[in-house]
Design a protein around this ligand. Sequence first.
Ligand SMILES: Nc1nc2c(ncn2[C@@H]2O[C@H](COP(=O)(O)OP(=O)(O)OP(=O)(O)O)[C@@H](O)[C@H]2O)c(=O)[nH]1
Ligand SMILES: [Mg+2]
Length: 228
Amino acid sequence: VGYTNAGKSTLFNRLTGADVLAADMPFATLDPTAREVTAASGRRFALIDTVGFITDLPTHLVAAFRATLEEAMEADLLVHVRDIAHEDSEHQANDVYAILEQLAQETGADRPPIIEAWNKADAVAPAVRSVLSTSASGHSPPALLISAMSGDGVDGLLQTIERELYASRRPRQVLIVAADGRARSWLHDNVEVLSETMADEINLAVEAAMSDIDVSRFISAFPDARVR
Ligand SMILES: Nc1nc2c(ncn2[C@@H]2O[C@H](COP(=O)(O)OP(=O)(O)OP(=O)(O)O)[C@@H](O)[C@H]2O)c(=O)[nH]1
Ligand SMILES: [Mg+2]
């Protein structure tokens, strides 16, 4: 996610080798695109490019963008791409966070965790770059200085994405009512199911590899299930 023109599609292309239109114009991306990325460890995840966030969307465009932006609330991790060379970079970031908060409220979902990609590092003077690099290292949410165009810093970003995605992922024991097909389908659709056994006459014990994010999602959808 990120402000329009921040370099989302350029980064997407660099990470996926895809040829999504990256152009120096607003709304270059009208359709979200998902591609599979293989990290250095061999683990795979889906990366989704989104439309740009902008403060005053023309009304007729809002509806079309809405679904895509709401979809972002279902992500396991948001990569907030920022044009760090832009004079209004801070304002743009604040606008993006305001829109994310609004989407979270409207969808009733928790905002996914975020990392920031401070893009266009090649477009700032070396002295500025080193200052930015220092502030990125202590930044919350985690921030990485990159150039999607030259590829500088992109490997580090990929490692951070992977670390954030899998940090809390471990086998969990989930207890659901065996007759509840929806809870079982959710697990099969969203996480890796390792084993399934009947715990007693009624309950199914499912062992599944889940992150903390997966667990909170699952519990909010199925409050009666037990996870440990
Ligand atoms: N100098 C420099 N330019 C970049 C970099 N990344 C992207 N750009 C340029 O910024 C412009 C916008 O890039 P896009 O990737 O289309 O940006 P976007 O965030 O996908 O834009 P929307 O889809 O309109 O929201 C293009 O002209 C890119 O070539 C970078 O790392 N350095
Ligand atoms: Mg784009």
